[in-house]
Design a protein around this ligand. Structure first.
Ligand SMILES: Cc1cc2nc3c(=O)[nH]c(=O)nc-3n(C[C@H](O)[C@H](O)[C@H](O)COP(=O)(O)OP(=O)(O)OC[C@H]3O[C@@H](n4cnc5c(N)ncnc54)[C@H](O)[C@@H]3O)c2cc1C
Length: 456
């Protein structure tokens, strides 16, 4: 047992689930009842659903990066770093700090909310040439990259180079991919007017998905409305298609087409953070298998939620698990805090139940489709619901004000096409943005915890 008298609660990850959990623990527990610590590589909570709007420049990056230190009331100790392994037996979390030091952090209760990473497949060239849409750095990088393609195509005298720089491929017809393709197509469509030497007809966006439908959660009618909007805007949609091979200057589709392009954006789903595999515990499709109370059966004081956990979806039944959405992560965050407190006070924990409220899809400008509480909406009403929902879900008034101001500014002044160049010479592979190679194996975790060796 620990040497301090108060139980130590360690929360891993400052996303929707982690932050919601920490804030509730701070509110409901007296400072004498427990010490709360949060491990997070960044000093903000990222509002991921608005990431495509950062990539397209409608919103500034700062406006969706909600500060973790807005209020004096926040008393949680924050460790700047990433958890790279958890040893359940000795109740220690191994952390790599932002200065690359490895520290062992003991806990009595651990709440695992490290989210997910981009799911990739064994496709030649994919991890070297694709960009993801999961981090703020990726969104900012893609924005610069897309604008630089216009700049370079404009300067080039070579028609082949021009054609390849002006084609863009997005893989993944879920909401992340669809919104990304829609928002960025709007950007290039508006930007090309500032490049009189470029033929707008050369700009081509492809949205492809191996599934037979875009965003099947929308249902047939709304799904086909979304498809019509995108096709009207000139986005070529190919369903039942994926990538066979990716190279620096072209991508080969599984239907045999070879598309000359320097831009491959990969949003074909997510998998749980690699942190989960370090536990050596049971998983369901890579997500930690937890009980409806979000605790790990058989391991006292271990909880997991959000994208990294397979939380049974009791509202749906039939053995379903909750989909990886912000809607669930947020509510699970509150709920898991209550269960940690219940466990700490020797009370009964409650199972998590939440009925899906629907889906909102912002396709840029006044284009949107939404299905709140099963009601199908298109155009302006859908856009009002989509933006209203996201706006109200932002945690702080400062973030709300920044986002609203950005939207108003964009509506009045239009897009801008500034290429910042901040990351121009930086590595741009998926693993560089998502740190997927930072984690330890379960054996390395044990060795680190026992002090038998220091991982590289
Ligand atoms: C482009 C895009 C659009 C989306 N649109 C919608 C939408 O419209 N509606 C919807 O409901 N959902 C949407 N989602 C999904 C939604 O954002 C996720 O389901 C949600 O963020 C999951 O919350 P989480 O807390 O589990 O993970 P996250 O919000 O991803 O948070 C995980 C946190 O953990 C941190 N972290 C990661 N690894 C470690 C580690 N090893 N140690 C410490 N910290 C770590 C991360 O930096 C991050 O802060 C979208 C996702 C994307 C990418």
């Amino acid at each position: 047992m620990n040497t301090v008298t108060r139980p130590r609660i360690l929360v891993v990850g400052a996303g929707f689930a982690g932050v919601e959990c920490v804030r509730r623990l701070e509110r409901k527990l007296s400072p004498d009842e427990a010490d709360v610590t949060l491990v997070t590589p960044f000093a903000y909570q990222l509002y991921l659903p608005l990431l495509p709007q950062v990539a397209s420049g409608v919103l500034t990056p700062q406006s969706i990066a909600v500060s973790l230190r807005r209020s004096k009331k926040y008393r949680t100790r924050i460790i700047p770093g990433g958890a790279i392994g958890v040893d359940l037996k000795s109740k220690v979390c191994v952390i790599r700090t932002i200065t690359d030091e490895i520290v062992n952090e003991p806990y009595d209760y651990i709440v695992l909310a490290p989210g997910s990473i981009t799911r990739t497949f064994d496709i030649p060239g994919l991890t070297d040439h694709a960009f993801g849409m999961k981090t703020l750095a990726e969104a900012a990088y893609i924005r610069d990259h897309v604008i630089s393609q216009l700049d370079l195509a404009d300067a080039s005298q070579d028609p082949v180079e021009r054609a390849s720089r002006l084609q863009f491929v997005v893989v993944g017809g879920g909401y992340a991919g669809t919104e990304t393709a829609a928002c960025l197509q709007r950007l290039t469509h508006a930007a090309v007017k500032r490049y009189p030497r470029l033929d707008p007809g050369l700009i081509k966006w492809h949205l492809i998905d191996i599934a037979p439908k875009l965003m099947p959660e929308l249902g047939d009618k709304l799904g086909s409305s979304a498809r019509d909007i995108l096709r009207r805007r000139g986005i070529e949609i190919s369903l039942g298609t994926s990538i066979a091979k990716a190279g620096p200057e072209e991508v080969t589709f599984t239907d045999g087409r070879v598309v000359p392009t320097r831009t491959l954006i990969w949003t074909a789903g997510v998998v749980a953070s690699p942190l989960i595999a370090t536990l050596g515990a049971e998983t369901v499709k890579g997500r930690l298998a937890v009980a409806p109370e979000m605790n790990l059966p058989g391991d006292d004081g271990v909880f997991a939620l959000g994208d990294s956990a397979a939380v049974p979806d009791l509202a749906k039944g039939d053995g379903a698990m909750c989909p990886p959405t912000a809607q669930h992560a947020l509510r699970q965050g509150k709920h898991v805090a209550d269960n940690v407190i219940a466990s700490l006070r020797g009370q009964v924990m409650k199972p998590y139940v939440h009925k899906d409220l629907g889906l909102v899809v912002d396709l840029g400008g006044t284009d949107a489709v939404s299905k709140p509480l099963g009601i199908e909406l298109r155009g302006l009403p859908a856009q009002a619901v989509a933006r209203g929902y996201h706006w109200s879900a932002l945690r702080t008034n400062v973030a709300k004000t920044r986002v609203m101001t950005n939207w108003l500014l964009n509506a009045v002044a239009g897009d801008d096409f500034v290429r910042t160049g901040f990351q121009a010479r930086k590595a741009a592979r998926l693993k560089d943005f998502e740190y997927t190679d930072a984690y330890l194996t379960p054996e390395q975790v044990r060795a680190q915890v026992e002090g038998a060796g220091r991982p590289e």
